[in-house]
Design a protein around this ligand. Structure first.
Ligand code: GAR
Length: 190
């Protein structure tokens, strides 16, 4: 199976997933990036993963990404810190085959503008006692597709947004590869 990881930033989730599957011959990974300055590009190099970089405005140009997805026979798409909305045309090509990870317990703290540290700052400001991760299918509305998996962590009153980010990061590293693997195996047995 060919899997595209879409990422816009640091790419710790992308690298973690690629490394998790590195001993398997069954899965081939490609990184698609819409930010030429993103550190995920370096991570793709480190892991010998083909990486395609498109400037933001060109990312979903009909002559770019959709064509490349077809050319590379991409079966499944994993969003890992990808900050652009997926257009309907790609959603239609990949029904229940695009997943995202969000660093909060959706439906709380989701939606446009809610990404990365903005989420953890909002969680802290709201005085939440728990946060976590949500892995969900992607649909046409930000962070609102069917939830596949959630994991929680406790927040103490002393935790800063950075502390919350760290706790959430640990959950992401542990669960995103495993949940992805399960979904890929399920697809393989269909
Ligand atoms: C991750 O925490 C991910 O959950 C979040 O961006 C970070 C990307 O980190 N995604 C969102 O906020 C999506 N709304 P990474 O680039 O190191 O994987």
């Amino acid at each position: 199976m060919n899997i595209a990881i879409f990422a816009s930033g640091s790419g710790s989730n992308a690298e973690n997933i690629i490394r998790y599957f590195s001993s398997s011959q069954l899965y081939h990974f490609y990184v698609f990036c819409n930010n030429p300055k993103a550190f995920v590009i370096e991570r793709a190099k480190r892991t010998d993963t083909p990486c395609y970089i498109f400037p933001r405005k060109d990312f979903f140009n009909a002559e770019n990404t959709p064509l490349l997805l077809r050319e590379k026979n991409i079966d499944f798409i994993v969003l890992a810190g990808f900050l652009q909305k997926i257009p309907d045309e790609i959603l239609a090509l990949y029904p229940r085959k695009i997943i995202n990870i969000h660093p909060s317990l959706l439906p709380k703290f989701g939606g446009k503008g809610m990404y990365g540290h903005h989420v953890h700052e909002a969680v802290k400001a709201a005085g939440e006692t728990r946060s976590g991760i949500t892995i969900h299918y992607v649909n046409e509305v930000y962070d609102s597709g069917t939830i596949i998996f959630q994991a929680q962590c406790d927040i103490t009153p002393n935790d800063t947004p950075d502390d919350i980010a760290q706790k959430v990061h640990i959950l992401e590293m542990e669960h995103y590869p495993k949940v992805t693997e399960k979904l890929l195996k399920d697809l393989n047995t269909l």
